[in-house]
Design a protein around this ligand. Structure first.
Ligand code: PMM
Length: 296
């Protein structure tokens, strides 16, 4: 029954079931993010931005304090906590379902204490051996991203025989490791990690073949927002990549294409536009969507 094996799974234990792809809005509390250039580095600005994303209708807020842009150096755990904890406390306190974007178990633990309901680990458990045991004990949903090493030299690791097959296999290994470590598989979301140790061509191959990742049986989150592969696609006649600040229309087009392939969620900066896009995708891809109350 090959058809059944590749049917997208959109159910994550501990989170509400939606009848469309979810939208996760990004709140980067960093001075140096490639995508929003440190606009929300002050806690008040980050909290206000989170409120705007919630007002636009996002399902989740992803709050992070460590930049993962290519070449980025790490910040220490104290600084990461100082950046994100007040923002998580405020927004979770106002009812937001918050995901914490961190590779460190200790930061994840403080964040969950502050109200985070989901752990988003871009290293898939590789950066900190204490992460899987912490998430298993905390019993929270876990976003496990494909990753091959820290941002400082990740571009050198973008070497694959067949990127789709290799990423699927490496994600399957990390999924097995997380489950062996005690995280219930029903709580795990997988993510191909666009732009992390991937060239533009490899990113395009992955977003075009989400079906191959659905065979792993877990819901998928995809983060295309404002990333380099969009910049190179939209380069001007001089070959200069389109700047990150001008990649939202392409991001939204891709969000619809990701959603129509059955992803559980898209992680984006331009939230209101992405919500329209995932609703369009639901209307096209799910014949039942338009017949349900509130969707017409
Ligand atoms: N991308 C970034 C940061 N965190 N988390 C997940 N799960 N997936 C991603 O693709 C991802 C992530 C980098 O982008 P940003 O600097 O715009 O946040």
């Amino acid at each position: 029954m090959a058809a059944l094996a590749t049917r997208p799974n959109r159910r994550v234990e501990g989170l509400p079931a939606l009848d469309r792809c979810a939208v996760m809005g990004v709140v980067n509390v960093t001075p140096d993010s490639f995508s929003d250039g440190g606009r929300y580095f002050a806690p008040e600005a980050a909290i206000e931005h989170g409120r705007e994303l919630l007002a636009a209708g996002v399902d989740y807020l992803d709050i992070g304090g460590e930049s993962t842009r290519p070449g980025a150096l790490r910040v220490d755990a104290e600084e990461e906590e100082r950046r994100i904890l007040p923002v998580i406390r405020a927004l979770a306190g106002e009812g937001a379902v918050v995901s914490v974007d961190t590779m460190r178990a200790e930061v994840a633990e403080r964040a969950v204490e502050a109200g985070a309901a989901i752990v988003n680990d871009v290293s898939g458990g590789l950066a900190d051996a204490a992460m899987v045991p912490f998430v298993a004990a905390a019993e929270v949903p876990y976003i496990l991203m494909h990753w091959r090493g820290h941002s400082v030299d990740m571009n050198a690791r973008a070497v694959y025989d067949d990127v789709v097959a290799d990423v699927a296999r490496e994600l399957a290994d990390r999924l097995a490791h997380a489950v062996e470590g005690g995280i219930r598989p029903e709580r795990i979301v997988l993510d191909p990690g666009l732009g992390f140790a991937k060239t533009a061509a490899q990113d395009w191959a992955l977003v075009s073949h989400l079906d191959a990742l659905h065979t792993l049986g877990r819901p998928l989150l995809v983060g295309p927002s404002r990333k380099r592969f969009l910049g190179s696609l939209l380069a001007g006649p001089d070959g200069e990549p389109r700047p990150a600040s001008d990649r939202d229309v392409a991001t939204i087009a891709l969000a619809a294409l990701i959603a129509v392939q059955g992803a559980w969620a898209v992680r984006v900066h331009a939230a209101a536009e992405a919500i329209d896009a995932v609703r369009v995708a639901a209307a096209v891809g799910d014949p039942g969507y338009l017949t349900r109350e509130g969707n017409r």
